[in-house]
Design a protein around this ligand. Sequence first.
Ligand code: ADP
Ligand code: ZN
Ligand code: ZN
Length: 732
Amino acid sequence: MRKGEPILSVAVPTAGGRVLDYLPPLQGSVPRAGMRVAVPVARREALGVVLGPGRCGAPPGVRLRRIRRVLDPSPLLTRELLDLIAWAAAYYRCPLGAAVGAALPAPLRRLGRAARVATVWRLTPAGRAVTVADLARRAPRQAEVMARLQATGSLAAEAVAARGWRAVLAALARKGWVEEAQAQAEGHAAPVPGEAPALLPEQRRAVGEVAAALGRFAPFLLEGVTGSGKTAVYLALAEAAVAAGGQALMLVPEIALAPQLVARLRARFGEASVAVLHSGLAPGVRAAAWEAARSGAAAVVVGTRSAVFAPLARPALVVVDEEHDPAYFEDAGPLRYAARDVAVMRARRAGVPVVLGSATPSLESLHNAREGRYRHLRLTRRARGEAPVRVELVDIRGRPLDGGLSPPLIARIRRHLEAGGQVLLFRNRRGFAPVLICDACGWVAECPRCTSRLVWHRGAGRVRCHHCGHERPVPERCPSCGDVALRARGHGTERVEETLAARFPGEAIVRLDRDATRRRGALERALDAARRGAARILVGTQMIAKGHDFPGVTLVGVLDADQGLFSADFRGPERMAQLLVQVAGRAGRAGRPGEVVVQTRQPEHPLLRALLAGGYGAFAEAALAERRAAGLPPYGALALVRAEAPRAEQAEAFLDAARRLLEPPPSGVEVLGPAPAPMERRAGLHRWQLLLQAPSRRALGRALDRLAPALDGLPEARRVRWALDVDPAELY
Ligand code: ADP
Ligand code: ZN
Ligand code: ZN
């Protein structure tokens, strides 16, 4: 160590997520906080991020090692972001070094200089008009690349290099069919032409209130019925934030649902000023978008949950669209967080307003609004003036169902089709039938590796486990008694589609679920057919309930509302109500009156009644009362320790040891378990859990202070895979 040399504290994601002390590199200047560095760890070289001055934590006599190289010319992570990550690490009980790693996009987690400018190849208008089939005879390689581009819109330069396509693309460029462009300009949706409509009074009021809060922390809940024009509010707010010299961060649950938003943002702010961040991007493109956010070149940053950790040069506004969406929970990896909650914390620390928008807000956010912590803004009218939809329950107890459809629903479908309407049917189960059963002996096809039943996929001729991916051919006879009378029980989307095809021959049907849209471009084609009205009947899982605008739909049918009401998870009813309202919102959007038919075997269920009689608000009221009585969030705080192991005793022993760490528990905290998880086995591993229930986050924090640091050191921990979820999304 040289005289006067600083010691630096460096987060090392791979070294168990630890924070270690190092000396600066021999050459060059001392790296600043937020820069990435290469450091020696044992015999390897690892990526680190400088956090600041070291704490001299090394025991005396230990020789500090030196940073080998500095990877970034300027800090990649801003001070604001480093502080946010430190908060998240502490709150979600994740080692700081691991949290820093989790906040970095994958391409920046590698050793090596960040690709600061990435390029993509994309089609020119002339290239879009090329008929690939004609080209195939003369130039098969060119045809292959053109087909690829026409399907995907663009190709990252890295992918091109990896496939040896450079020469082909150069030839295509000479023909004027492709061009190389800056990566963050990539985007599939066409810009939306024309002026934005004048805001309606409710929209104007919402924009005014939030805009008045620019420059300080202020949380808002924007509750706007489907079609009320929340997007226009976000756009106007982004404009205000940018006009004030700042950047807007907008989170969306899935990027596939945001093409409209992205297109409108780009139309307004210009291509280069909108950075899009999600995990599906090619590494170079993602790094470039991240850089555009960090440098301030991007006025608006749109991204999925991990974008909550995007660096911003001048944060001015945070928006979380569809804030109730479960996609905001990150429940894998070292940092298990709720992006919506981190977004609110980020806004608070950065001193900027945050808008949580939804037609069906989470019970947590509604509670915060009722308690006065969030300002409650409402959009009660649909922007295009449609009448609200009419919802009707159909009691299907004891009724003969055909492919999951009751006679009244079938009659209704016929009427709407004859009147020229489009029909949307929602069934949250894919496959042909969720159960394959032997009529002779009662044998049921089950997954050998999970506590679950195999779903029959008739089109594929296979039975599949939806939890671990196990699959095999459909047995021809019962493996237990040899009988050939195997029968499907229950209805998945595949079966519903088949029934409809038989009932309504000649009507074009589109199925929207993960099976039907797996192939590249299939989802876009299906959505397009649905939107244009080319498909008269749409059948789908929750994929169909989200954000899409199907202007011709006049009837929505919900085939089974009961699934969520009796879910093992405490958020089950909330999710079901949200799905119901969202799917109902697809009806009658373009000025045609809409009808919704909900099939249920529980027509008297109080939550369902509340939802139907009083709408989502009444449902939320009733559901919050139940949560309060049970001490569940938002009235209490939960943490869940999960353990998986080849043998049940191993998982149980670990959680027993964890439980003993909490003996006696801090006052008010209840420790429940260890108990088998509702889904006891998955992918061959036994799953157990220990639930901590506390009256407040503070009380929970006291228990976690004792528990979290000690878990990894338990001898029993070596035999299990474990995870700690603070504020878990679900309990199984
Ligand atoms: P939400 O996200 O709240 O469901 P959208 O933002 O998709 O609603 O808006 C629904 C429809 O209303 C869109 O077609 C949009 O163009 C239209 N719209 C929104 N605001 C206005 C307005 N002020 N005047 C006219 N049409 C509007
Ligand atoms: Zn049998
Ligand atoms: Zn399985």
